[in-house]
Design a protein around this ligand. Structure first.
Ligand SMILES: Nc1ncnc2c1ncn2[C@@H]1O[C@H](COP(=O)(O)OP(=O)(O)OP(=O)(O)O)[C@@H](O)[C@H]1O
Length: 624
């Protein structure tokens, strides 16, 4: 309830911003505490400090001092922030330049803020985040200074074997093949970023990268596979194992959460692996990197040996991590530092020179520049029907007219419904619940879990008329009316859809995992979760943190896909309604996406991009 609190000690400008809901009480408290410790009476500095704390709270790594007033109204704002008593930008900057909080306190070593001049203006950091960003920046730059030794002949041969023409497996795929380029980059550079939307073959490519590295360095090559969440790690492991036989990879290849790979230790603040104790791998692949925060990325880069290949995979257009940073998007957009390995230039020459193919676009000038920084984007969607892919691209590119045109075009994969037009949604909710329940009652966990993936109802908010709670109640009511049964909310029942809300490392059940309650042969109820080929079963009472999930937030759905996705959009004033949110929701759908909301809400979402300030995309000129 931080939002409604007003800091008792705040005065003047801070108090006005706090009362307006722009600053939370916690922002004010931190700013006043730092000002007290650093003997800084200047109100402008105190306001900038509080805004820097707020910036981190809302996902930025720093405060962009050229856009102070862009803090924007959010759910907590009670008045239009533009009407607040904003100080003059130049005065704030001048005060920060001479402040003991940025230059060092005369009363001690305290220097909690960093003022950094960049090619696009000054940024204000809380010291901790500046240090983390520097770790990432310097780590990446150092890793780009040289490259691994690779046998070019063997590399060409293996690339040809691994990337085959889908229509005629007896020959290599035609150029340009971006997946082959991604694998060539990963073999020839210490750090590679493989970006791509859903279904563009990221996991397919990862499996081939692992096979390639195994050929180049022998079967003893030590590979670490990780993802930021347990669910994503389980999915990665499953996909790679599916292809292991075909590609000659070890059948027991395992993936783990990044926390686990880094050696999270109960009760300790530090990971087991760090700059003084490097991770014992020759190659590390991280999937779903868009969900990795700046803090985790800096821990990872510190812990990676300089001669370990690091491959970062993910979709930079998706929602970013809950914590501060949008590292993957920053890495894709950051200025290129290193020089490419000449072996790569030779090996990829055919793909780089190729013209557009009916299936694959040629590399443009901007992309060639990115390749120099070992960043490649996979672009050919291999899973969606055309309508979903075109809608996702229109949203990603900020083209609201095109998004509306597709939504209203009547293509079978996409439909658009006014807020009260709920018949089709109700039918899908009731049908999928009936199918899940029938399988669960019959004790068929496999089918129950499969049917549970056929439809998902997604919301932006948790609370309120557009929130998960409201829509879960609505879904329960529809199911109750249709089936004539009203489940007792305090008892487990067959067909009950579950979502885990906290990690349990011992049970290997993770926050965000979804499952279904199923009746076993002896009539006992078990909770079933997807784990590889066979469902993982356990008594529901072993689950310490679990919810019934007839609707879920779009944030929670990240990393999963469903046959049909229904998205309830909030009204256009909701600050949660952003391009990244809508893109993430649409791309959760494998076959069909249904958007429920107004045209204004769609246009507002497409028009509002999450702006997470960070210095990674900029060149630093000076830092105080
Ligand atoms: N080059 C290819 N030839 C044939 N099939 C492919 C190729 N690349 C990918 N696929 C197939 O396309 C589908 C999507 O690929 P994959 O799962 O690797 O995509 P992804 O980008 O990892 O998706 P997600 O974002 O869901 O993780 C899979 O069924 C995969 O087998």
């Amino acid at each position: 309830m931080i939002d409604v609190l007003v800091a008792q000690r705040g005065k003047g400008t801070l108090r006005a911003f706090n009362e307006a809901g722009v600053l939370a009480a916690a922002d004010v408290h931190v700013a006043l505490r730092l000002a007290g410790l650093g003997a800084e009476p200047d109100e402008d500095v105190q306001l900038a400090t509080a805004l820097a704390v707020r910036a981190v709270r809302s996902g930025s790594v720093c405060l962009d001092l050229t856009r102070l007033r862009d803090v924007g109204a959010d759910e907590n704002s009670r008045i239009d922030p533009a009407t607040l008593p904003w100080p003059d930008d130049d005065a704030v900057l001048a005060a920060l330049r001479r402040s003991p909080l940025t230059t060092g306190s005369p009363t001690g070593p305290l220097r909690p803020l960093r003022l950094v001049d960049t090619d696009s203006g000054p940024l204000l950091y809380l010291d901790r985040y500046f240090r983390q960003e520097q770790t990432v920046r310097r780590g990446l730059d150092a890793r780009a200074r040289d490259y691994p030794d690779v046998d070019e002949g063997l590399l060409v041969q293996r690339l040809d074997e691994l990337f085959r023409d889908p229509a005629d497996a007896s020959r290599p795929s035609s150029a340009p093949d971006r997946q082959r380029v991604a694998a060539a980059l990963a073999a020839t550079h210490w750090t590679t970023v493989v970006a791509g939307g859903p279904g563009t073959g990221k996991t397919h490519t990862v499996a081939r990268i692992l096979a390639l590295l195994t050929s180049l360095h022998g079967p003893g090559v030590r590979i670490g596979l990780a993802a930021p969440t347990g669910k994503a790690a389980a999915r990665l492991q499953e996909s790679v194992r599916d292809q292991a036989g075909l590609l000659g990879l070890a059948p027991d290849v395992t993936a783990m959460t990044l926390h686990r790979m880094l050696g999270w230790q109960r009760g300790r603040t530090r990971f087991r692996y760090h700059a003084g104790n490097h991770l014992p791998f020759d190659a590390i692949v991280v999937d779903e990197t868009s969900m990795v925060s700046l803090t985790m990325m800096s821990c990872l880069l510190e812990a990676v040996r300089p001669d370990t290949r690091l491959v970062l995979v993910g979709d930079p257009d998706q929602l970013t991590s809950v914590d501060a940073g949008a590292v993957l998007a920053d890495l894709v957009a950051r200025p290129v530092t290193g020089t490419p390995n000449p072996v790569f230039v030779n090996v990829a020459a055919r793909d780089l020179a190729a013209a557009d193919d009916p299936d694959e676009a040629a590399f443009g000038a901007g992309e060639r520049e990115r390749l120099r920084g070992s960043v490649v984007r996979l672009s050919r969607g291999r899973r969606f029907g055309g309508g979903i892919a075109r809608l996702a691209v229109a949203v990603r590119d900020g083209d609201d007219d095109e998004a509306m045109r597709i939504l209203r075009s009547g293509v079978p994969e996409v439909s658009f419904h006014a807020p009260g037009d709920l018949d089709a949604l109700r039918d899908d909710v009731v049908r999928s619940a009936d199918e899940v329940t029938a399988a669960a009652v019959a004790g068929d966990a496999h089918t129950a879990l499969a049917r549970f993936e056929t439809h998902r109802l997604l919301c932006a908010h948790r609370d309120g008329p557009y929130g998960v709670q409201h829509w879960a109640r609505q879904a329960t009511e529809w199911i109750g009316v249709s089936s004539g049964r009203r489940p007792d909310p305090d008892r487990w029942y067959p067909g009950q859809p579950l979502m885990v809300t906290a990690n349990d490392h011992d049970l290997r059940i993770y926050n965000g995992d979804t499952g279904v309650v199923v009746r076993r042969g002896d009539d006992a109820l078990v909770a079933a979760f997807v784990r590889g080929k066979d469902p993982f079963l356990l008594h529901p009472s072993h689950l310490s943190a679990v919810q019934t999930v007839y609707a879920m937030t779009i944030h929670r759905s990240q990393g999963s896909q469903y046959d049909t996705v229904s998205v309830v959009l909030p009204d256009e004033t909701s600050s949660l309604l952003t391009r990244e949110l809508l893109y993430t929701a649409i791309t959760r759908a494998r076959r069909r996406v249904r958007i429920i909301g107004t045209e204004d809400a769609v246009r507002a979402a497409v028009g509002r991009q999450v702006l997470r300030a960070s210095g990674l995309r900029r060149t630093i000129l000076t830092e105080s």
